[in-house]
Write a protein that binds this ligand. Structure first.
Ligand SMILES: NC(=O)c1ccc[n+]([C@@H]2O[C@H](COP(=O)([O-])OP(=O)(O)OC[C@H]3O[C@@H](n4cnc5c(N)ncnc54)[C@H](O)[C@@H]3O)[C@@H](O)[C@H]2O)c1
Length: 261
């Protein structure tokens, strides 16, 4: 086992750890000896390392944190990873009011998960971390959170909010020895987020073929390829470790050099 990171026996909660980037983060942390608890709404039953939890529900989140404290008596790290995306236009100029325009329900749904869910988990974990006078909160953003993205304005806005939370929470919590850092992945290899519906929607909204959607994502990075999930997981594991003890209140891009959505 590689112990350079020295995260052995650290208790880390990862939201949305059942698939995609979250699952890769859980795997990387486990391989480095951390105690990892995944909180995901897709779980049917609770185990020592998997807690069914809808992060948009305050009672669920509190129950999840209570369970972790009851079992492990501390939370060293929280990774706010659960999130969603779906391309939508502000106005569909070729077909106004079409399915591909944002409506209030859509905007509320994406903000509820990406922003309000992140807030609920951070608040519940920070209450514990303040008592401990230690802890790290990692918020998963996206490179489009900084620059916006064609057909992803609501998603980009949620990630802009997540990055702003990160900077303010780092200011509020720093004196308790708590670090808060955002990680902004660029286009990633296939995850559930890249569903057929996602690709169809992006193809329509950007007026490109389905295969061009993927190609344009790849060539938008300086490295001309999608990111691997473990490339995000490696960065998150490093940031959770004491090796990153002077990094807080900022966003680390893991995006192959891409900074524009
Ligand atoms: N995949 C990408 O290309 C990409 C790029 C940049 C940023 N991101 C961000 O990375 C994060 C993970 O993305 P992904 O592609 O791995 O997604 P994914 O869809 O593969 O996985 C999301 C996980 O979150 C869980 N989840 C959804 N709603 C939940 C809820 N209310 N409560 C608890 N769990 C819930 C799902 O069950 C799933 O396991 C997201 O925040 C996303 O915005 C992804």
């Amino acid at each position: 086992m590689n112990d350079w990171l020295d995260v052995q026996d650290k208790v880390i909660v990862v939201t949305g750890g059942a698939s995609g980037i979250g699952a890769a983060i859980c795997k990387e942390l486990k391989e480095n000896g951390a105690i990892v608890i995944s909180a995901d709404r897709s779980y049917k039953k609770q185990t020592a390392h998997k807690i069914p939890c809808d992060i948009t529900n305050a009672d669920d989140v509190q129950h999840m944190v209570d369970q972790v404290i009851q079992t492990y008596d501390k939370i060293d790290g929280l990774v706010n990873n659960a999130g969603m995306s779906m391309p939508r236009l502000l106005v569909d100029s070729t077909k106004p009011y079409s399915h591909y325009e944002m409506d209030l329900d859509f905007v509320q749904k994406i903000f509820t998960l990406n922003v309000f869910g992140t807030f609920l988990c951070a608040q519940a974990a920070a209450r514990i971390m303040i008592k401990q006078e230690s802890g790290v909160i990692i918020n998963i953003s996206s490179e489009c959170g900084k620059e916006g993205s064609n057909a992803q304005s609501a998603y980009s806005a949620t990630k802009g909010a997540v990055e702003s939370f990160t900077r303010s929470w780092a200011k509020e919590l720093g004196s308790y020895g708590i670090r808060v850092v955002a990680v902004a992945p660029g286009p990633m290899e296939a995850t559930a987020l890249w569903s057929e519906e996602y690709k169809r929607s992006m193809s329509y909204c950007r007026n490109v073929t389905m295969s061009d959607v993927r190609r344009s994502y790849q060539t938008s990075t300086l490295l001309h390829r999608e990111g691997r999930l473990e490339e995000v997981a490696n960065t998150v594991a490093f940031l959770l470790s004491d090796r990153a003890s002077y990094i807080t209140g900022t966003t680390i891009n893991v995006s192959g050099g891409k900074s524009r959505g």
